[in-house]
Write a protein that binds this ligand. Sequence first.
Ligand SMILES: [Zn+2]
Length: 99
Amino acid sequence: MKVPHDLFLGFVKLHILYHAGREPVYGLWLMEELAVHGYRLSPGTLYPILHGLQEEKLLVSEMRVVEGKSRKYYRLTSAGRKVLEEGKKKAQELLQELQ
Ligand SMILES: [Zn+2]
């Protein structure tokens, strides 16, 4: 699955918000994490999603140099945390209904 279907895009975004809320994350790490869950996103798909989440002020980014590599790290904002909490509730409700 290269370009996520609309249906899965929300799941992917929730994953990103969740992980960015636990610790700052960078693009390649997210790509690998999402692949574990079966979402194979190319950088050309992932980065616009990250950019969109920043535009919505749900994530903020900063450049950091780690082991000589300069990387953009993303973390959750307080607005992002609210959306994540709401998303969790909605996902739980949906799961219950689908069972
Ligand atoms: Zn995950």
